[in-house]
Unconditional design. Structure first.
Length: 400
């Protein structure tokens, strides 16, 4: 009898597990994210009516239920739910190993030549056409009649063995004056990005229309060499690259080595502080530079280069430099990830209920910076992408 009871119990356990596995879906993970989001400081400050979250969740649930390719796109919808609040430190990514997203990637039914012809034949639509991403990819963006999106970008040429001609690289869904973009990564995993077209570029990405490629002939994003650099362009014109404020021991050592160089070399004149691509870090690394420059500000003029990859602590540094050093800034808007963070003791990422996606929630706030969250800090002067930013800046400097 006991043996029968054990067998019956085991059967019920297996049946229960199978039922749970069958019920487990993207909608379950949507529920999970919606349950966790209200614990963040950004939600508590910005959302006064929980109905806002409920309505956003319901709208996404509708899209999820209608998406025939939800096995690939689930993460894209969950990431969009995080945008209920302005908090660029929130994240949702798939860190699992061995997930074959490429098996779900749609493929264009036709030849590459026909695809390219279709993309370039609609001359009255500024979105359609051939786009490139550096030397990695060329895609044909065509207008489509699809329930989930308005434009589809299919691979024409690929420098990456994980992508072949005909595969769907990204989609764009018009939403007011911008687009809801689903950009598939090297592993074919989806990723949400809100974009707008500006001078032939899908901003803030680096996808550029062929017709405008000459306007972006100079790459002002890829910076060679070490994260910390010093050079003198001319007598009294100093260049200082601060490429990372990461708190790792190796990065801190490199930063302090540069600091010693600056103490000896930068006494007077103009200082170009190149913050481009500095994604942030901590005050342990950034503050010593501010302190040194503040001591010498009467003999120095400061010029700061910034781009969309400047975020978090480096944005704090930027604002402090403008205030304390009377620095002028040049380039483009920063990332806009400075009003919230993880504090001194970040919590481990959560794992969503079904797919096991990694969900990172913020725990600290600096809401005096909220006006810059998402939109970024604008420069005092925008620079042109058609020529080198350093050269543009040097032309504006009048050495002391």
């Amino acid at each position: 009898m006991n043996k029968l009871k054990r067998h019956a119990g085991l059967f019920l356990l297996i049946a229960s597990f199978n039922a749970s596995a069958q019920d487990c879906s993207c909608l379950n993970d949507l529920d999970y994210v919606a349950e966790q989001l209200p614990s963040t400081p950004s939600f508590k400050s910005q959302i006064k009516d929980r109905q806002v979250l409920a309505e956003a969740k319901a709208a996404l649930a509708e899209e999820i239920s209608a998406d025939a390719n939800i096995a690939q796109n689930c993460l894209f919808y969950l990431q969009r739910l995080l945008k209920v609040v302005r908090d660029e430190h929130l994240y949702l990514v798939d860190r699992r190993e061995g997930v074959d997203y490429a098996a779900y990637t749609p493929v264009y039914e036709g030849s590459p030549d026909a695809l390219a012809a279709l993309a370039t034949s609609t001359t009255d639509d500024p979105i359609t056409g051939i786009y490139q991403l550096l030397t990695a990819y060329r895609v044909a963006v065509i207008k489509v009649d699809h329930q989930d999106y308005d434009y589809a970008g299919y691979i024409l040429e690929s420098g990456n063995e994980d992508w072949v001609p005909g595969q769907l690289k990204f989609t764009l869904q018009r939403s007011g004056d911008h687009f809801i973009g689903n950009f598939y990564s090297r592993s074919h995993a989806p990723s949400f990005e809100q974009v707008r077209q500006e001078q032939g570029r899908l901003v803030p990405t680096r996808w550029i229309k062929d017709d405008f490629a000459a306007q972006y002939a100079v790459d002002n994003y890829t910076l060679d060499g070490a994260a910390f650099q010093y050079r003198e362009y001319a007598p009294g014109v100093h260049y200082v690259r601060l490429g990372s404020f990461s708190g790792s021991n190796a990065n801190y050592s490199a930063a302090m080595e540069l600091l010693e160089t600056l103490k000896n070399q930068v006494q007077s004149g103009a200082v170009i502080i190149d913050l481009r691509n500095n994604g942030g870090g901590g005050e342990r690394v950034s503050d010593p530079f501010l302190k040194l420059f503040k001591k010498r500000r009467k003999k120095l003029d400061f010029y700061i280069l910034q781009n969309h990859n400047v975020g978090s602590n480096s944005e704090h540094f930027l604002l402090l430099a403008k205030k304390r050093l009377q620095a002028r800034t040049y380039g483009e808007n920063t990332r806009g990830a400075l009003a919230y963070g993880y504090g001194n003791y970040p919590k481990p990422a959560l794992s969503t209920a079904c797919h096991g996606y990694s969900l990172g929630l913020t725990t600290s706030k600096s809401e005096r910076y909220l006006d810059f969250e998402v939109v970024g800090i604008p420069p005092d002067e925008y620079l042109d992408h058609r020529t080198d930013w350093i050269e543009q800046l040097l032309a504006r400097i009048e050495p002391k």
